[in-house]
Design a binder for this molecule. Sequence first.
Ligand code: ADP
Ligand code: MG
Length: 342
Amino acid sequence: MKPLGEFFLIEEIRRGMEGRYPSWVSCGIGDDCAVLRPGEGKELIVTTDTMVEKIHFDLSWSSFYQVGWRAMAASLSDIAAMGGAPLGALLSCSLPVNQAGGVTELARGVRELGDRYGCPLIGGDLTRSSQELFVNVTLLGEVDRGKALCRSGAREGDEIWVTGTLGGSLAGLKVLRSSPGVSEKAAQFVVARYLQPLPRLKEADFLAGLSSIHSLIDLSDGLSSDLGHICSGSGLGAMLFAEALPISPEVREVACALGEDALEYALNGGEDFELCLTAPEGALEPLVGRFRELFDLPLTRVGRMVVEKEISLVAPGGETRRLDPLGFDHFRDEVHSEKSKS
Ligand code: ADP
Ligand code: MG
């Protein structure tokens, strides 16, 4: 079969977006640059994330569609973590020649997740790679001027809160890799958390609208690492309560089947794409019920910001241990799939 040409593939992707651009996109795929019109009184926010085959995903258990979805989810999650709204996505892919046809499925994954959050695919790039698939998503977004929620805003005594439940993505990866004997329900739940995560944009928009939020980050590398960024950015430390961490029964079931500790999944598992935020004592408690009604998700207080510059974990019995940032680090850890072996 004749290999599919670059321009044919780009044309396929362009056609997939025809007639689907929102009002702020005056030029989408097809020219040298996309042209966007950000809103009045807004600041631009920009983020980029790259995923590499065998490091971030494995095509033996992820489809091209799911790879595109996850790459888009990671970038949308960064926009959520600033309290912003997405404007448009650029998708750059490098693929070996024999996989070039996969790019349209990959773009469909990006497009369909983008559709859920009003974020169109506005451009990208396509090149050949020698062996592995590389996927980069760059997102442009906007936030009310001066209102971006940074990692550096936490204050001493702030409560630490997280959305949703933790450890599901890592549990899903483990199910895909080693098929432990768990119920169909648990397997489906955690595998979906890994393969097709949903970034918390609507939740972040709700939270950013409360004037009480001091700092916000998304959980991409794992709570122990990402909370560490809030701590170092804010010149503080944190105390986490092990009993408070929201862990789903499905994650507990997977950990139990593998003879592992679900608490470690929640502390160090990456790519849950939940939000972690800090707010003054008492500010969020009255909103927990509303949050659940609106988003069908828990909002859970898991700890407190403290002066001593380290993260400590308070066990159910009351004993305290120091928590090191054991989330994923590219230049420290083995490839992504290896971290689940420890
Ligand atoms: P140039 O040579 O000017 O960089 P390209 O041929 O790379 O142009 O791209 C042509 C158009 O197609 C541009 O609008 C570009 O943003 C878009 N494009 C290229 N690759 C992709 C992709 N993987 N996904 C979405 N749009 C793409
Ligand atoms: Mg180009």
